[in-house]
Design a protein around this ligand. Structure first.
Ligand SMILES: Cc1cc2nc3c(=O)[nH]c(=O)nc-3n(C[C@H](O)[C@H](O)[C@H](O)COP(=O)(O)O)c2cc1C
Length: 206
């Protein structure tokens, strides 16, 4: 088996991209956000139902309302005794607390909703989100797939109808932190050949 590795645009963007949780308040070009959504609209979806909808939030008052309701529920989540110890430690190491400053610091938030009645609505919507993240990276914009613990409350604030689920709120802006990429698996760790457990030959790096 021969694998050719010439670094392409997609791999380069995907490798560079990381979740950013601190944002500069500087404004950004909304055209870049719309460009990224345009890329997201090209994603495949169950029966091509395109179940995704995007609410681009720039109104500071709306951002404050979203932050308030998210933080209220984040406090409960972070204080919950049922939170597994490993996850608590994982959050602590990254300085992730109930505070969600990025919801008001980032100049733009993109809320993404999925139409519940469409086939594979959530799978399709998250595929589109993947496209969106790479396109934002291409435009030099930082992002985070923040998943609020109380999506229904958030959806209500944004006026999202009942037959849609709020999947994520993505802050978009210029990074306010310098952050290393979280480690990723190698091809040989993640990929089997022909059947489960049968590793790729050594030296295959793709
Ligand atoms: C479905 C999904 C939900 C996530 N939810 C959150 C979240 O609520 N808060 C957060 O800070 N990060 C969230 N993340 C970001 C992950 O923690 C992050 O992608 C992961 O640690 C890898 O880091 P990287 O994106 O910097 O490479 C989420 C990521 C995904 C894909």
């Amino acid at each position: 088996m021969v694998a050719h590795s010439t670094g392409g645009v997609v791999l380069s963007l995907a490798s560079k991209r990381r979740s950013i949780r601190r944002y500069r308040r500087d404004s950004i070009n909304i055209g870049d956000v719309l460009y990224a959504i345009k890329a997201a609209l090209q994603a495949p979806s169950g029966a091509n139902m395109q179940p995704w909808r995007f609410v681009v939030v720039v109104d500071p008052k709306m951002k404050v309302r979203l932050r308030e309701v998210c933080e209220e529920w984040e406090k409960r989540f972070h204080e919950s005794p049922t939170l597994p110890a490993w996850f608590r430690e994982w959050l602590r190491r990254r300085g992730i607390t109930w505070r969600k400053d990025f919801l008001t610091d980032a100049p733009v938030l993109v809320a993404v909703a999925a139409y519940k009645k469409a086939p594979y609505a959530r799978e399709s919507t998250w595929l589109a989100i993947g496209y969106l993240l790479l396109a934002l990276e291409e435009r030099g914009l930082a992002s985070l797939t923040y998943t609020p613990p109380n999506p229904r409350r958030v959806a209500a604030i944004l006026g999202i109808p009942e037959d849609y689920t709020l999947e994520t709120i993505i802050p978009v802006g210029l990074p306010g932190e310098d952050k290393a990429k979280e480690p990723r698996m190698s091809l040989r760790e993640a990929v089997y050949l022909d059947s489960w457990g049968k590793q790729l030959p050594e030296g295959v790096e793709g």
